[in-house]
Design a protein around this ligand. Structure first.
Ligand code: URA
Ligand code: SF4
Length: 195
C-alpha cells in the first residue's frame, strides 16, 4: 500500500493532478473485511488528504457507529484519488486513468464485502465484477455475490450498493434508508462462514 501511495502522490495520469492540493489514497485497516468505495475527494478531503472528512464523512461515521464499527475497522477508498474542480462528476477518462489504483487496493485488502457509495462507484464495481446494473433506488441494500479466481483459490465476495452518504445531508429521510442498509451490511458480516 505504501508503494501505491507513493505512485499516487507522483501521479499525472490524468489532468486532475494540476488542480489537486493533496491526493486522497484512502484510509483504514489493511485487514478490513469491508471496503467502502466512494466517488472522489471533495473540498475538505483535498485539503486534508483524507477520505470523507466533510459533511458526508460525518454521516458515514454515524452510519458506521450504528453498526458498532469505527473507521479503523474498515477501509475507505474512492474511485478517483484527486478532487475534480468544483466537485464536478468524474469523467470516463479520469475513471479509466485512476481505477488501476483502486484495483490494486482491492487486491491488497481482499475485502469480503465491497460497499459502493453512490453511482460512480456502483457503476465501476458492478462492471468490474460483471454484475447487472440497475437504478440505485431499486438495488440499494441488496447483497450481490461474486466469485473471483485468485491463483488457484476461488474467493467469494459480496457487493452491496449503498446510497452516497451525502444524500442524507440534503434529504434527512434518506438517513433512515441508509441506516437500514447498514443493518444489512452488518448482518451479512455476522453470518459469514469462515471455512
Ligand atoms: N465524497 C466521496 O465520495 N468521497 C470522499 O472521500 C468524500 C466525499
Ligand atoms: Fe492520477 Fe488518479 Fe489523480 Fe488522475 S485522479 S492524477 S489518475 S491519482
Amino acid at each position: 500500500m505504501e508503494r501505491i501511495e507513493k505512485r499516487i502522490e507522483a501521479c499525472k495520469r490524468c489532468e486532475l493532478w494540476q488542480t489537486r492540493t493533496n491526493p486522497v489514497v484512502g484510509a483504514g485497516s489493511l485487514s478490513a473485511r469491508i471496503l467502502f468505495v466512494g466517488e472522489a475527494p471533495g473540498y475538505y478531503e483535498d485539503l486534508k488528504g483524507e477520505p470523507f472528512v466533510g459533511k458526508a464523512g460525518k454521516v458515514l461515521d454515524e452510519l458506521l457507529a450504528s453498526i458498532a464499527l469505527q473507521r479503523t475497522d474498515v477501509y475507505i477508498a474512492n474511485v478517483l484519488k484527486c478532487r475534480p474542480p468544483g466537485n464536478r462528476n468524474p469523467t470516463a477518462d479520469e475513471i479509466r486513468a485512476c481505477t488501476p489504483y483502486l484495483d490494486a487496493q482491492l487486491e491488497i485488502i481482499q475485502p469480503e464485502i465491497i460497499a459502493t457509495l453512490g453511482n460512480f462507484s456502483l457503476s465501476y464495481i458492478f462492471d468490474k465484477f460483471g454484475l447487472p446494473k440497475d437504478k440505485i433506488s431499486r438495488i440499494h441494500g441488496t447483497v450481490f455475490t461474486v466469485s473471483t479466481i485468485a491463483g488457484i483459490k476461488i474467493k467469494i465476495r459480496k457487493v452491496i450498493p449503498l446510497y452516497h452518504p451525502a444524500v442524507a445531508t440534503y434529504n434527512p429521510n434518506m438517513k433512515e434508508t441508509l441506516i437500514d442498509d447498514f443493518k444489512v451490511l452488518a448482518g451479512s458480516l455476522r453470518y459469514d462462514l469462515h471455512l
